[in-house]
Structures are given as C-alpha cells and as structure tokens.
Ligand binder design. Structure first.
Ligand code: PNS
Length: 162
C-alpha cells in the first residue's frame, strides 16, 4: 500500500501547545505528516516571518520521525495535490471555529476532490488557546509558559515583549 500522507496547515504565528497536540495525534494516525506554514488571507502579515515560524515548528515537533515542515504560498488544495496527500488535518476548538472550518473544508473538497479534511477535537486544556491570545499576553508581559512549548518560550517572549 502506498504511503498515507496528511497535511497539517496553519499560520502557526507562533506554534502553540494546541497545535503540537494536534500534530502529535495526527502523526500517530498517518505514515507521514507535513506541517505547512501558509498565509491566512483573513489575518495580517503576523508577528513572525514564515521562516521563523517554520524554525519554531522544527524545534518543537522536529523530533517526531514522520513529521516534516514546509512553507507554501498558495492554495492548500494545490499543495495537497502536489504532496499526494489523502487528508488535511485541522484542530477544532469551540463551536466558534466550526462554521469557518466547515466552509474551508467544503471549498477545499471542491478544489481537490482527492483530499478529505479531518477534524480532531482539541484537548480540553487547549480549548481557548490561540496564537493571537498568546501574542497579546506576551506583549503585555504575561505568563505564556502554559501555552507554548518550553523550547521556544524565551525566543517568543524576547520578540513580543514591548
Ligand atoms: O491557522 P489558521 O490561520 O487557522 O490557518 C488557516 C490556513 C492558513 C490553513 C488557511 O487560511 C489556508 O488554507 N490558507 C491557504 C490559502 C487557501 O487555500 N485558501 C482557501 C481556503 S478555502
């Protein structure tokens, strides 16, 4: 049987413990996971460059042997085709995520019928965790140690503290 590859896409600005939970669980379900830093047209250019985000991801999940990290500036449906992926994995937090994620999943299915979107429910402790919340707390000198991995904590604090 051919290798079953899934894509974990996101803006990852920066990666949080919530993302890591989803990536780790996805890695246990597929032969290969590609975590890809992409642009979200509804968000501004962000606090970290795509290269910085990729480096943060590599530092935290790079030790999982079937996980690779990439950057792509284009449509997710095209990227999934290029990578011959059978699935796109997204984490679902509260119901507020649902409508937007549902719309993206249906659109991606239209653009690339070969790929399924699979939603993993977030762990309860990450239910309200988001990169934008982490950035806001860090910029005001708050404690983000329970939201981001230890390996990148200091770098994030240094960069975001005003
Ligand atoms: O972490 P995010 O911001 O929720 O991730 C959203 C992301 C980057 C996965 C989404 O915006 C995306 O797929 N961007 C790539 C461009 C694209 O394919 N847009 C059409 C989606 S229907």
């Amino acid at each position: 049987m051919s290798e079953r590859r899934a894509i974990c896409p996101g803006s990852f600005d920066p990666i949080t413990l919530g993302h890591i939970d989803i990536i780790t669980r996805a890695a246990a379900m597929f032969d290969k996971i590609t975590v890809v830093v992409m642009k979200n047209a509804n968000k501004n250019s962000g606090s970290f460059t795509p290269e910085e985000r990729k480096a943060f991801i590599e530092k935290t999940v790079g030790n999982i042997k079937n996980v690779e990290v990439d950057i792509y500036d284009g449509l997710l449906a095209d990227y999934a085709r290029q990578k011959n992926a059978c699935a796109i994995i997204k984490g679902l937090r509260a119901m507020s995520d649902f409508e937007y994620e549902f719309q993206m999943a249906l659109t991606n299915k239209k653009l690339n019928p070969e790929v399924e979107t699979i939603f993993l429910t977030t762990s309860t402790e990450n239910m309200y965790l988001s990169s934008s919340m982490v950035k806001q707390i860090a910029s005001m000198g708050g404690d983000i140690s329970s939201f981001v991995p230890e390996e990148i904590l200091e770098e994030i604090i240094k960069r975001l503290k005003k």
